[in-house]
Design a protein around this ligand. Sequence first.
Ligand code: PLP
Length: 385
Amino acid sequence: MSQDKTRQTRAVRAAVHTDTQYGAVMPPLYLSSNFAFEELGKAGPYDYTRTANPTRDALADALAELEGGAGATVTASGMAAIHLACQLLNPGDLIVGPRDCYGGTFRLLTQCAERGLFQVELIDQADAGAVDAAVARGPRMIWVETPTNPLLRLIDLADISARARTCGALLAVDNTFLSPALQRPLEFGADLVVHSTTKYLNGHSDMVGGAVIAGTQELAAEMRYWGNALGLTGSPFDAFLTLRGIRTLYARMRQHEENAMALAATLQGHPAVAQVHYPGLASHPDHALAKRQQSGFGGMLSFELARGEAGVRCLLDAVELYTLAESLGGVESLICHPASMSHATFDAASLTAAGIGPGLLRISVGIESPDDLVQDLQRGLDAAA
Ligand SMILES: *Cc1c(COP(=O)(O)O)cnc(C)c1O
């Protein structure tokens, strides 16, 4: 599609009316694992689905367009995407990541480093001194998550990208929490963007998938090569679902944000709440940065209950619309207790260092009616007071 169209339009119309066989308006789903050769020694555009598949390619092209990248590789999960990006590291290479990264990323980086596949250093990336010290070690890659999980702190992408350039490091950004509708790291100088498409991109909590979007043709080709070589590529059916999901991405993100704003205001005014973490609040320490580098504040928020874990139990017993579950980014609202769920692998000292107390709850705000969500949360907070 011509480049003058907005990203919202391109998301809605990705691969629409491209079927040459029957003129299907929506792109067909090609489940076939293999494709016939045209003649001896002459393959058609596709030969084997692990290597490439038309449905998965349609999604990859759409994701590359939305992130402003040169190409994308669609993987079987977000972790497969992270594993794929790590193929750019050789033994002895250093990757610098955030101390409070996604638990699966923490496990992959530390366990692969233990086996000698590369070296890893995890730091507080909001601390400029710690970033400078890490950059002085000459890393091959800097890994960033912004906003962070579960405290929703932001990393300044333009700043860390400039620091990465001074040492020749590749900058990779996990953009799962905002999606390209609200943040496009390649525009700030990142080399790679990684997604768990399981979350906002698919948006309906009914598949698991991932993607790596590269800023240059060279990196995109290297990611495609390793995706095929290691067998990390995603299934055509999951690509079909995700392609369907991204058509409503912009509309969903607007409603997620409207609802999150309403909940943040409710939380902020309630006596049961000690602290609210939502970058859309003027009181959030990274509010100005959020306005600068994001085109919205997103649908994730967390808060600390004054009564700690006792308050958590009361709130969870009282609410109806917040399902106690891991994951995020779906149409349905979810609530998570990081200390016992998403961050259960952290020991007590790491939890304290990461600022995750027993009274902390995280909400993935869905797209239900904001009135219903506010009323239900209010009931929970009153019970927790
Ligand atoms: C969920 C998630 C992942 C891992 O993705 P999977 O699809 O579960 O493999 C990576 N990073 C972030 C920020 C996530 O939220």
